[in-house]
Design a protein around this ligand. Structure first.
Ligand code: ADP
Ligand code: MG
Length: 223
């Protein structure tokens, strides 16, 4: 069975009295271990689709199975629980906590999940930072790191809970080309280690990193 199995996904945002259709019947299938890019112009519905696939938001209509579980009917806490177990996120703006060290940042998802001692959380976080080549930055705060390093810390944080997949939205959007290349190399390593990655981007060079691309235009799959 596919890891992601989404059929006929629609999303309508209500703005006052106006309905804004953001997705108009999207089918997406992603297999375990795949590296897939979702591409399309600004406003085409990429982030909306990513939020639904990542259990941050619910579709207006359609069916969604993630890792065998029927997600379509879940809301609120039930949706949050699945999200916490199954999905690791990386966003364009890193979203690291500025007052915490990078190891504390990476450990945070395990704290939300519960069931791990602080010692165990930090041990796992530091092991991941070592693995991603950031061992010499342990104990530092985000503002002491370069942009590329900060995004790699965010990648470590997305992996710490051993999710079923990573959902990544414009990961190099705030980086210069050298730092962007560094981050893309990290995703390649993470994929080679067996992880599933779904990456939203409007940048064709970034999309070329993935094994295949799903193109969205005007809320529909175009190719
Ligand atoms: N929270 C929201 N409320 C109303 N409209 C929204 C909201 N989020 C996105 N939209 C609209 O939905 C469409 C798709 O947006 P989005 O998924 O952010 O596209 P992309 O990520 O491809 O730029 C756009 O027309 C956008 O203006
Ligand atoms: Mg977007």
């Amino acid at each position: 069975m596919s890891l992601i199995n989404a059929h006929g996904i629609t999303k309508v945002y209500r703005l006052g009295r106006v309905d804004v259709p953001a997705l108009r019947g999207v089918d997406v299938q992603v297999e375990q271990g795949e590296y897939v890019a979702i591409t399309g112009p600004s406003g085409s519905g990429k982030s909306t689709l990513m939020h639904i696939l990542g259990c941050l938001d619910s579709p207006s209509d359609g069916e969604y199975h993630l890792d065998g579980a029927d997600i379509s009917a879940l809301r609120g806490r039930a949706l949050a629980r699945i999200r916490n177990q199954k999905v690791g996120f990386v966003f364009q703006t890193f979203n690291l906590m500025p007052r915490m060290t990078i190891d504390e940042n990476v450990a945070l998802p395990l704290q939300y999940r519960g069931g791990f001692s602080r010692r165990e959380r930090l041990k796992r976080a530091r092991a991941l930072l070592e693995r991603l080549g950031l061992g010499d930055r342990i104990g530092h705060r985000p503002d002491e790191l370069s942009g590329g390093e900060r995004q790699r810390v965010a990648v470590a944080r997305s992996l710490v809970g051993e999710p079923a997949m990573l959902l990544v939205d414009e990961p190099t959007g705030n980086l210069d080309s050298k730092a962007g290349a560094e981050v893309l190399r990290t995703f390649r390593e993470v994929h080679n280690a067996g992880n599933t990655i779904v990456m939203v981007t409007h940048d064709m060079h970034v999309a070329a990193e993935a094994q295949r691309s799903i193109h969205i235009a005007d809320g529909k799959i175009a190719a």
